[in-house]
Ligand binder design. Sequence first.
Ligand code: COA
Length: 416
Amino acid sequence: MTKPLDGIRIIDFTHVQAGPACTQLLGFYGADVIKVERPGAGDVTRSQLRDIPGADALYFTMLNGNKRSLTLDTKTPEGKEVLEKMIKVSDVMVENFGPGALDRMGFSWKRIQELNPKMILASVKGFSDGHSYEDLKVYENVAQCAGGAASTTGFWDGPPTVSAAALGDSNTGMHLAIGILTALMQRQKTGKGQKVSCSMQDAVLNLCRVKLRDQQRLDKVGYLEEYPQYPHGSFTDVVPRGGNAGGGGQPGWVLKCKGWETDPNAYIYFTIQGHAWEPITKALGKPEWATDPAYMTAEARQDKIFDIFATIEDWLKDKTKYEAVDILRKFDIPCAPVLSMKELAASPDLRKSGSIVEVDHKVRGKYLTIGSPIKFSDLEIEVKPSPVLGEHTDEVLADLGYSADDIAKLHTAKAV
Ligand code: COA
């Protein structure tokens, strides 16, 4: 079966997480992704946080499936020549080096365009071009702090907190993938390539737009009624951390269930959606709250919201998180159990949907990885294990027209 991105060749000059997450996704959809790595070492994540001696670490294998691996030292003249050849016959080059690294290597955007005017160059950097921090190297948590996530995450009486979700890394990679696909569509119309970039700060900020909404509301009215600080606490002039409060108009909180004393994840997230108030009162055995003016509207409930949550917790104390959700779902109440990674890894639903996939790696054996989070009605996605370092070097060189003798010379020159 042909895949949507069949025939699109991608030079994958990415490392760590932000770039590899992007190119892996494009690999799922059929692009020929050629991961270019330094001979001998490769992507630093191959050896970071290793769990099996001698095998590529999960950090690498879970971000580099559906790719071919080419080792190439692009700082040698022979290596540069190979890269030039690749640029001439490829569609996209994706990179997330530190600022200026590609220019220092001799492959500025100008040079790439000279070699192939149809080329799309896609870059991840910490900050956007021209930003006063554009020279900074950036990792995940740095981006979360710079993009507004950390200042608005956590509890009001604690420090700024980063999220476990890779808002700076994988999220930026997903943004970049949209940019690449858009540039490919535009190229179909214009015949020209272009430079596409996404900064980690911008990608984090894009997910924090409701906090920018809140800053503007705060500037106007001086308080934010959906935050736990309202009406009993106080606000300063910046959006505060709101703990587990719901980010929109529906109050919500993480609530304890049976077993919370020993199980760190025996909780559900409970949302009090306006129209579900009556069903909630029924589920809780408090039908009188449905008609009591002190509880009937969201506005009336706000000053008692933590007492209401305490009542719900009391109702939850003899129910597991799964039992609670099974009852609440019948009342149309938006809620879910807090799931641990162990529970997600074992989830039959996620295996069935292909969201978590088991693949077989030639060195490390079977491991779990995340499949395509996007599902298609007419595309079956085959998730393949990551390549070992240089697994496809000779094959890629042969594709480029190198003879067996030339390939041997490149090996001798340590260019590959
Ligand atoms: N052959 C020869 N040299 C190679 C090479 C190859 N195949 N691949 C990479 N290199 C070189 C680069 O040319 C560069 O050399 P230079 O600094 O002498 O010019 C060097 O290896 C890589 O540098 P850099 O990307 O800055 O690596 P780092 O380990 O110092 O920094 C990051 C890592 C992630 C902090 C940095 O790459 C960065 O800020 N990237 C942009 C933001 C980003 O994506 N961060 C999140 C990562 S999840």
